[in-house]
Design a protein around this ligand. Sequence first.
Ligand code: ADP
Length: 479
Amino acid sequence: MAQFRKNLIDGEWVGDAGSRNINPSDTGDVVGEYASAGVDQARQAIAAAKAAFPAWSRSGPLARHAVLKKASDEIMARKDEIGRNLAREEGKTLAEGIGETIRAAQIFDFFAGETLRLSGEVVPSVRPGVGVEITREAVGVVGIITPWNFPIAIPAWKIAPALAHGNTIVFKPAELVPESAWSIVDILHRAGLPKGVLNLVMGKGSVVGQAMLDSPDVNAISFTGSVGTGKRVAAASVEHMRKFQLEMGGKNPLVVLDDADLAVAVDCALNGAFFSTGQRCTASSRLIVTDAIHDRFVDALKERMDKLVIGDALDAQTQIGPVVDATQLKQDEDYIAIGVREGATLAFGGERLDRKTPGFYLKPALLTGATNAMRSSREEIFGPVASVIRVKDYDEALAVANDTPFGLTSGICTSSLKHATHFKRNSEAGMVMVNLPTAGVDFHVPFGGRKGSSYGPREQGRYAMEFYTTVKTAYTFAG
Ligand code: ADP
């Protein structure tokens, strides 16, 4: 009998008859059943968050520190169990699932510390005898809408700063990965959050998410997901004059120059393009390679791809788990076919694989002979599919890297200080990597992109404060 998880509204676990959470490594395995909220419940959650805001926003650093620290400690203590459930519902490997869970614990720990470091400024006024204080206040009710590819880290990096800065929350996780979301809410609830401060509304994006977009009582929305939904969040938020922050797609370039260390370049490409089944918005989907190293790079990469162990996410030997679901698998295959139709060569992989249990297994695919104009080079695929684009030199590589509607991450593999420095300064991306994979970032520094990838202030680290607070300037004349 699969376990049944409810929504948390105003401190009460509520809901019935929900949706099933299926393991993509074994579609016969039901992770659990989850309540699915409707519009009324979404509205109740928003009302509860609104009612809880005055007290929580005045609660002071110690109360917030205590809850965030306790949550961090419990997540860390239960990392193996939570990480295993994450791998089971999302399909990333056990090591990746546990690693992501540790990261969530580190994020809560970081923001626990931030509660004790909040500060403002006192400056003299231009008018004699007048003092000016610049402080930061909580924004209000924050709507948090998250995608399926980082089931615990993305909720953590939105919920932790929102709470640390005194906001209350309505949290709507992705339908495919409710277990990790439920766990984090259960832990925070038991850590002592007052009722209504954090509300969980699992359910359909078009119903629960849309109810959040349509509510005048949601003061800010932090969203990570697709470009299409991101645009809806933006339009609805402008209508209500609310703050919003969007993290959307990527089409991240990894440039490999002739003078690169081949082993480093191949490691970066393999990890960046295919780990986590390529389902990272920071994945390297365009490998832009200069002439003289091109053939050696492609041969070495294919050799390494051939050794990848693709299988059940929970098997210790597995390096690449399944694709998250049937819809995403079809999208991956469609883009491979589009690339081939447009003139690229399928140089490796791309076929479905059978394993012991029925699941969505795809052999990582490499398209060579690609151009930057192909749809497979311009649109986000979100699977284990990378295209190799051949260029003549660094200047062409940089131009191709920047020729994209997105701008989340970029990378370069080179031993030239001159080219590495030039690339860091001229890459039109929010995050730039030198001799490192484009995916894989630290939890304590800003995360975010440019152009069609992101909108609004950065997430994570101290920079998260920009979104989760609003500035007040107070003047005093003491006589
Ligand atoms: P993906 O393709 O990664 O699933 P989506 O943008 O569809 O990306 O989903 C990201 C999140 O946005 C999910 O939690 C989803 O339920 C939610 N969502 C989908 N449609 C809407 C909508 N109309 N309003 C608000 N949230 C939505």
